[in-house]
Design a protein around this ligand. Structure first.
Ligand code: C2E
Ligand code: SIN
Ligand code: SIN
Ligand code: FE
Ligand code: FE
Length: 694
């Protein structure tokens, strides 16, 4: 039970019972007083009646025969007078009568003599219901007569007879010599007195109820008032609990609650201070964490971007990292080619989300002249970062403007722009990195880029520029190797090489997703695989023209010579340290190895470096199944898929269904069955690649 309820109950019960006891006591007191007064009154009237009676007249009245005598008449007249005098009172006398000492034998007592009423006289008959003159006075009290005689003859008592209940007063009537002549009696209806007493009782009950009600409401109000500070404190504590530390209680110094209130206020204040401190600490921690992330990102670029061999993958990485660094919705990378910037890579989360497509988008053949009035062109030209808050409100005096055609076509709204020229340590401009629409951590647009962010991106840009330059170099060397192969072999066209590379990447990505390989690892491996796949047949440069360029089918001998392209290719990468060289070696050597163990060249000792990771540190494993390096298995599938789909000097191109049937039939024989499964699941992507390099 709540304190309030308890308090109210206790107080109400106490107050109401006190009120009731008081009322009952008052009632009993008033009742006793009232009865006393009534008794005194009947005694007084009886005395008056007794005093008014002539004793000699009374002495002459005896029995019925006295009726009508002058004495009788006189007495009766007197009694009627007395009764009439009292008739207007609230308690009129029902009976006023005189008695005389009894004439019946030896009993001490009284007989009725004269009555105020005339009832008996008029009929002249004795009414059986009625005591007439001469009848013995027979009140219920056994000692009625004698007790009265012995007393001083003034008394009041309650009687009950067959006519009703009465309060009767008596007074003696004496002769001059003091002898007892008779007794005067007056009766008041006792029920009238009881009715009066009942009224009194009802009054007491009503007063009790009224008092109790008043007490109840007074107590209720008082308890509420008493508890108000406690209620306020309760609300206060709840508020503070909900984190509103600026809540304060009124400090009523007069009340005992004042001290507690001021203690509570002090507590809230100190909690508020602590909370603020904690918030500041959190903000600080977040800030430190962001700075750490930034630093990590910049440092990470140096280390990890330099591992990237492929230009496309590198640009995708640079753009992704830069957008993550500054939290941008969109961005693009342009590479410098002479006096032009070539738009290579665009990422836009909003548009991609709208079209539900993957993030990677390579753009072809969008060329922007350096310093052609475009933002990127101007950045490349001046070597300065350009920061714009609203692309649609660039002041007219600026030497550049925003080209809205892309926005207009896509419905995208470009706001803030940061265009950063990518410069190597020697100051050479290799491109422009452009970021759009920065967002805060919860994905809400921010107004623009801060100076600090521009600075951060500049550091990042320097690292990115170096990586781009180095990768461009690697790329150009690899492309030269490929075009050299292309020069020698009419089959190994640039298109074939790129298709095999892209098919391989598709197969690898799906395979890696199946095995839950981490994203960073996927990116790294994908990049390496792309190069290794492009170079799978590079060994064909070592095959004699007579075999390589033979228009028809090869003889067994020629085929043996042709098979050497694996070993020749592997030799090109022998003795190198890098992961890329190793991958290229494995793929070149084993891309004609079959899952069932047939195929060529089998287990080969390529010299100081083990050709296969599967062969490290022990007996060379049989070249079948999982022992064949994954990349070699992948390139085998990609290479044959493309060879079958393409026209060769020695064969026509096959329709897709036939290619698929052939691949499926060879699953588990020539090919890793899981890779064939993946190939079949990803035919949509394969077709897209085939279409791109048709
Ligand atoms: P490639 O033309 O790039 O073919 C690669 C692989 O695709 C072949 O490896 C083979 O496994 C598969 N392939 C190509 N065409 C067919 C086909 O019509 N049917 C089937 N079932 N598989 C096919 P493979 O056989 O080890 O040949 C390696 C390379 O040797 C070929 O590379 C091609 O340059 C050359 N080559 C193979 N056979 C002939 C031939 O009869 N005439 C000529 N001129 N060159 C051939
Ligand atoms: C009367 O009848 O006059 C007196 C009756 C009584 O006292 O009970
Ligand atoms: C009366 O006064 O007649 C009544 C007397 C009685 O029965 O006591
Ligand atoms: Fe080959
Ligand atoms: Fe090939």
């Amino acid at each position: 039970m709540k304190l309030r309820t308890k308090l109210k109950c206790a107080t109400v019960v106490t107050a109401v019972s006190a009120t009731i006891v008081l009322c009952v006591a008052s009632y009993w007191f008033a009742r006793a007083r009232f009865k006393d007064l009534m008794e005194a009154q009947v005694r007084a009237v009886a005395v008056t009646v007794a005093a008014g009676v002539r004793p000699t007249a009374l002495a002459s009245v005896t029995g019925l025969q006295s009726i009508g005598t002058p004495d009788y008449e006189e007495l009766q007249h007197f009694l009627q007078q007395v009764q009439a005098d009292n008739s207007t009172s609230e308690f009129p006398f029902q009976f006023v009568y005189l008695m005389v000492p009894t004439t019946h034998g030896a009993t001490t007592g009284f007989d009725f003599a004269v009555d105020s009423t005339q009832r008996l006289l008029e009929t002249g008959e004795k009414n059986p219901e009625w005591d007439g003159p001469g009848e013995p006075f027979n009140a219920h009290s056994a000692d009625g007569g004698s007790a009265l005689i012995e007393s001083r003859f003034v008394s009041a008592r309650y009687l009950h007879d067959r006519l009703g209940e009465w309060l009767s007063g008596y007074a003696s009537i004496r002769a001059l010599d003091g002898s007892l002549v008779g007794l005067a009696g007056v009766d008041i209806d006792h029920n009238k007195i009881l009715r009066q007493l009942n009224l009194l009782l009802m009054l007491a009950v009503v007063v009790s109820l009224v008092c109790a009600t008043v007490v109840y409401f007074t107590v209720d109000e008082l308890v509420d008032r008493f508890l108000l500070p406690l209620t306020r404190m309760g609300a206060f504590v709840r508020e503070v609990g909900e984190g509103r530390f600026d809540a304060r209680l009124d400090v009523e110094t007069a009340s005992e609650f004042g001290a507690v209130s001021s203690d509570l206020n002090a507590m809230a204040q100190s909690l508020g201070c602590r909370e603020q401190l904690a918030r500041q600490n959190t903000a600080l921690a977040i800030d430190v964490e962001r700075k750490r992330e930034t630093l990590h990102a910049i440092l990470g670029v140096d280390a990890s971007l330099n591992e990237v061999q492929d230009m496309d993958i590198l640009m995708e990485r640079i753009l992704g990292d830069a957008r993550r660094l500054l939290g941008c919705d969109a961005g693009s990378v342009m590479l410098r080619e002479g006096d032009e910037l070539v738009l290579n890579y665009v990422q836009n989360d909003t548009i991609d989300a709208a079209h539900q497509r993957q993030q990677r988008r390579e753009i072809q053949n969008v060329r922007i002249p350096v310093n052609g009035g475009s933002i990127a062109g101007y950045a490349a030209f001046t070597g300065q970062a350009i920061v714009i808050d609203d692309a649609y409100r660039i002041p007219n005096d600026r030497p550049y403007h925003f080209n809205r055609s892309v926005d207009d076509a896509s419905g995208y709204r470009t706001h803030a722009i940061l265009a950063l020229p990518l410069r190597t340590s020697t100051g050479k401009n290799v491109g422009v990195l452009q970021l759009l629409n920065p967002l805060d951590r919860s994905g809400v647009a921010r107004t623009g880029f801060t100076t600090e962010e521009v600075e951060t991106l500049s550091h990042f840009g320097s690292a990115a520029a170096v990586a781009l330059e180095r990768t461009a170099l690697t790329r150009s060397i690899v492309l030269r190797m490929i075009s050299m192969a292309e020069l020698r072999d009419p089959n190994e066209t640039a298109a074939h090489v790129k298709r095999v590379a892209d098919y391989s990447v598709i197969l690898y990505e799906a395979w890696a997703r199946r095995y839950e390989v981490g994203l960073a690892e996927i990116q790294r491996q994908r990049d390496i695989l792309k190069f290794a796949a492009m170079l799978h047949d590079v060994g064909k440069v070592g095959i004699a023209d007579s075999v390589l360029k033979k228009p028809g089918r090869l003889t067994a001998e020629e085929y043996t010579i042709m098979q050497q392209h694996c070993r020749i290719g592997a030799d090109l990468f022998k003795g190198r340290e890098s992961v890329l060289d190793n991958a290229c070696l494995e793929v070149a050597l084993h891309h004609h190895q079959r899952w069932d163990g047939a195929g060529y060249p089998g287990i080969v000792d390529v010299g100081e470096k083990p050709a296969s990771s599967a062969a490290v540190g022990g007996e060379p494993a049989a070249m079948k199944g999982d022992a064949i390096p994954l990349f070699a298995r992948i390139v085998a599938v990609a290479d044959v898929f493309d060879a079958l789909s393409s026209k060769r000097q020695y064969k026509e191109s096959w329709p897709e269904e036939r290619v698929i049937t052939e691949m499926r039939v060879n699953a588990g024989r020539q090919f890793d069955p899981e890779l064939i499964e993946i190939l079949l699941e990803n035919m949509v992507q394969f077709r897209a690649v085939a279409a791109r390099y048709a």
